[in-house]
Design a protein around this ligand. Structure first.
Ligand code: PMP
Length: 431
């Protein structure tokens, strides 16, 4: 069993099966959101007694709340080894908001400016760039891994115009971990900056924004609390203060201005000019509690355990005939605990429904907001996509995704694979 199981809320929750009986829920959908840590919920309860309006409140509780909110920025900086003198931590709603925010800040109105995204990006790291820049996509190879050769080719092709290379730290579809420091080095060689979408990487691996080699530093990083054992509603965007000093944020209002007349405004310095309106104090307190727990467990230990789970699940799935696996890593190659698969002859949504109805197993199916990548992994042609574009009524192709958290057990994987074996052997009894 997982040594971390007792640290997470709701692991023993019972859910109904199709036959009317109840079973302990199995959650293999951690790449979407993780359940909260017990420590996070305790901190929320504890802090609720001290909770009060921040920044301009003068009461004792307000002063404590404001102090904790500001101190949270240092906790986040330390967690990812950002540079306390150079970088600022902006609290946002989630990764999507972090990327949108940066896209507005980097928007220069220059039609020649290029953003290099990749074929494996979540829509959140693709769509925000499209209406502001030329976007070009770095290729993936036949197994879906990012091609560094293609990155360099495109850096050369757009030389002088690449504003940013934006890449996921780890894929939410295949679990591949990208070599972010090598990518940073290449990017910096061509005088561009790098953003790492840390939504999937940060909860599972340690991340170092400032390695020894300055060419390998990560300029911008964003991630979401709800994927790292804290509740929804809080995310982080980290980057050089300088980026956020000039111009005006996409959202302005309370908290963003120092002096206002009807004729002019003096904006607050970053990060405050980027956090319009009353901030999500409770969410930030929860994120800090999650970071403390993750740090005390050790990201290396978490990565090690989740890798064992993934290797175990992969080897069991490989031995079931009729299962196609879409991610391929060699032993020792970094990855996170995400496994995409399909069962021959059974639609992905149906597989998910059977797993839930028969064994209380939660997975996710479809395209995971990463449609171009899925089209590539499933070899869906542009012509086929044109057909889907016209026919909203036709079910879409997709994939079943397992994604593990630190509290998942080997025995849960056994329950899954035993059921998958039965489905493959007697599909008619389940469909
Ligand atoms: N990037 C990746 C790689 C993701 O997996 C996700 C969430 N599925 C996001 C971005 C968006 O995260 P959020 O919904 O928290 O904004």
């Amino acid at each position: 069993r997982s040594n971390y199981r007792h640290l997470v809320v709701g692991v023993d929750t019972k859910v109904p099966l199709q036959n009317g009986q109840y079973t302990t829920a199995i959650n293999f959908d951690n790449a979407a959101s993780t359940p909260p840590f017990v420590s996070v919920m305790e901190e929320i309860n504890h802090f609720a007694h001290m909770y009060s309006s921040i920044h301009r409140g003068t009461g004792y509780k307000s002063r404590v709340s404001s102090k904790l909110f500001e101190e949270a920025r240092s906790t986040v900086l330390k967690f990812v080894n950002a540079d306390p003198f150079r970088d600022t931590v902006i609290f946002v709603k989630n990764t999507t908001e972090g990327i949108n925010k940066l896209s507005y800040r980097l928007w220069d109105g220059n039609k020649k400016s290029v953003i290099l995204s990749t074929w494996m990006e979540h829509h959140s790291n693709d769509l925000p760039w499209r209406n502001k820049f030329q976007v070009d996509y770095v290729q993936t190879d036949s197994t879906g891994k990012l091609s560094l050769e293609d990155l360099e080719t495109r850096l050369i092709k757009h030389k002088g115009n690449v504003k940013l290379v934006t890449v996921t730290g780890a894929s939410n579809v295949t679990g591949y971990v990208n070599p972010i420091h090598k990518i940073a080095e290449l990017t910096h060689r061509y005088q561009a900056k790098i953003l790492v979408d840390g939504a999937q990487l940060v909860p599972h691996n340690s991340i170092n924004m400032n390695p020894k080699n300055p060419l390998q530093r990560i300029d911008y990083l964003t991630f979401s609390a709800h994927k790292m054992y804290a509740p929804f509603g809080t995310g982080v965007l980290i980057g050089p203060q300088e980026t956020f000093q000039k111009g005006v944020s996409e959202f302005v209002g309370g908290g963003t201005a120092e002096t206002v007349t009807h004729n002019w405004v003096v904006w607050e310095p970053p990060p405050h000019n980027e956090e319009a309106g009353t901030p999500n104090l409770m969410g930030v307190i929860a994120l800090v509690a999650a970071i403390k727990t993750l740090t005390s467990l050790g990201m290396k230990n978490i990565d090690h355990y989740e890798n064992q789970l993934t290797t175990y699940a992969n080897s069991k799935l490989k031995s079931i005939p009729g299962i196609t696996l879409y991610s391929h890593t060699d032993p020792g190659e970094p990855r996170i605990g995400v496994i995409p698969f399909n069962i021959k002859g059974i639609a992905h949504e149906q597989v998910a429904r059977i797993l839930s109805n028969q064994a209380g197993i939660a997975v996710r199916t479809g395209c995971f907001c990463t449609q171009p990548y899925i089209q590539r992994l499933l070899s869906i042609s542009p012509k086929q996509m044109d057909f889907y574009r016209k026919r909203r009524d036709v079910p879409r192709p997709g994939i079943v995704r397992l994604s593990f958290g630190l509290y998942n057990d080997f025995s849960e994987i056994d329950i899954l694979t035993q059921l998958l074996e039965r489905i493959v052997r007697h599909p008619a009894s389940y469909i």
